[in-house]
Ligand binder design. Structure first.
Ligand code: ATP
Ligand code: MG
Length: 463
């Protein structure tokens, strides 16, 4: 396992990465007093890390004038001493707020392990929220195509999956959410079929309550499949208009008449529900942006996806990227809410030594799943007998948890391979290619992916 900064250096200078370890040390050192002070159900403590990366405490207003105040002041200054430049100055170490919701103001927060009412609050300059995971939607299954690096064949694979599911008679809704480098819709729609508007137009019009005007003209049907339907919502319309000026505004939250704020990702979610109501698809395929970015964050954590495909090319860049993401879920305590929906896809598996390549991919993928998302395996299986830590024979009482063997082909780390194929190299030909291709060829390249997606969707429910 990777060594952490504070394990490598015995007396580290407090930098950003040491804020949380310092907070945890402080919480552990004063656990008893803190639990006493916070013994009522309506007590709470927030450790707030602000936009500049300075930390301080937020406590209920009533403590301000109470007898406890002195003790909290000394606890707070003890924490500040551990934080160096990341501390708040004296007299500003505690902020008092009437209630917790008000103090949060929609920021990311998570409960600290071992406490029932201590939260870490993290305020970011972006709208991305990687630590709040929306539950899976109960209506139409949504499948997100994501990759940590770009240019790995994600959009091509999505187009092929849409085509294949439609060939089987399914009604497929495809969303191009790669707003900053759109391209999927041109792979599925010839120029004369492009709709007048796209997702960017709706997000901008919605800010001035004008979304309905573009809604009816932002979906087109692809003529690629014979039996089912592919409905495509592009990033922009046939005439992209002032695309950059619009793109710079899609992230805007909307202020409602009652003064509440709707984050851009909630607006996107509202659009998606509206589209699903109108089109009644069997499945929604979403081309997310690559990398750790705001759109990707919305697609992965906030749209209630059933399946999140993690396109992966073998290499350190891929695995370092996924590790960052998984560690964030682990430390925010949300790993359990998302891990069962993840699936690694081996992107553009080279022709030469496919088996060896996929084995390497699987090995590295397994490493990070084990380190971050899988439960630790019980040393002795539940109900079975084996030697315990002291050498004496014991009956296992821990359940096995959520974990898989490296070779288990049903595991999320076990890559579904998409094969490199000459005919899919070169984006321009994709539409023509899908128009002329036979199912067998698509199957030989994308079969594992298409089968996997198909298995993940309960068609009886949707049809
Ligand atoms: N299975 C495949 N075999 C060979 N080449 C492929 C395959 N899939 C995609 N490609 C090629 O790889 C390039 C990138 O594909 P694509 O645009 O689908 O990737 P992407 O991950 O969506 O990229 P971006 O991050 O830019 O959106 C294209 O030139 C495409 O033709
Ligand atoms: Mg793409």
């Amino acid at each position: 396992m990777r060594k952490k900064l504070f394990e490598l250096y015995p007396e580290p200078i407090p930098t950003f990465d040491l804020i949380l370890p310092a907070v945890r040390d402080w919480l552990d050192a004063y656990r008893g007093s803190l639990n006493d002070f916070l013994s009522n159900e309506d007590d709470w403590l927030l450790v707030n890390r602000d936009l500049n990366g300075r930390a301080r405490l937020i406590l209920p207003e009533r403590i301000k004038e109470s007898e406890q105040r002195k003790l909290w002041d000394s606890l707070a200054s003890n924490l500040m001493q551990r934080l160096g430049k990341h501390a708040y100055p004296q007299n500003d170490e505690i902020l008092f707020e009437t209630n917790r919701e008000q103090a949060l103001q929609g920021a990311t927060s998570y409960l600290v392990d071992g406490f029932t009412n201590v939260w870490i609050v993290d305020r970011l300059a972006t709208e991305a929220n990687w630590a709040r995971i929306a539950p899976e939607t109960e209506s139409v299954p949504r499948i997100v195509f994501f990759s940590i690096k770009g240019g790995v064949g994600r959009s091509t694979a999505l187009a092929a999956t849409a085509w294949s599911l439609a060939q089987e008679g399914k009604r497929v809704l495809v969303l191009d959410l790669d707003l900053e480098s759109p391209g999927l819709s041109s792979a599925l729609l010839p120029p004369e079929r492009q709709p007048m508007y796209g997702i960017t137009d709706w997000l901008v019009e919605d800010l001035v309550d004008n979304g309905d005007v573009v809604f009816e003209s932002m979906v087109a049907t692809s003529n690629l499949s014979h039996d089912g339907e592919i409905h495509v919502v592009p990033a922009h319309g046939a005439d992209h208009g002032e695309y950059i000026a619009k793109l710079g505004r899609v992230w805007m939250p909307k202020l409602r008449a009652d003064g509440t704020r709707e984050a851009w990702s909630s607006r996107l979610h509202r659009l998606l529900r509206h589209l699903e109501d109108r089109i009644q698809p069997d499945v929604v395929l979403i081309d997310s942006r690559s990398g750790i970015d705001e759109i990707a964050s919305a697609c992965i954590t906030e749209l209630g996806a059933k399946l999140i495909l993690l396109f992966s090319l073998e290499g350190e860049q891929t695995w370092n990227g996924y590790r960052m993401l998984f560690e964030q879920w682990q430390s925010a305590g949300v790993a359990q809410q998302i891990r069962e929906r993840l699936q690694v896809v081996g992107a553009i598996v080279p022709e030469l030594d496919r088996v060896g390549y996929l084995a390497g991919l699987r090995e590295h993928s397994y490493e990070i799943f084990v380190d971050t998302l899988y439960d630790e395996i019980a040393p002795i299986k539940k109900g079975e007998v084996g030697p315990g830590p002291d050498g004496a024979w014991q009956v296992g009482d821990l359940s096995e948890g959520w974990s898989f063997d490296e070779a288990d082909d049903t595991a999320p780390h076990h890559p579904w391979g998409v094969n490199w194929h000459r005919s899919f190299a070169g984006l321009r030909s994709l539409r023509g290619r899908l128009a002329a291709i036979d199912a067998q060829e698509v199957d030989s390249v994308f079969g594992a992916l298409i089968q996997g997606v198909s298995n993940a969707v309960d068609w009886r429910e949707t049809s």
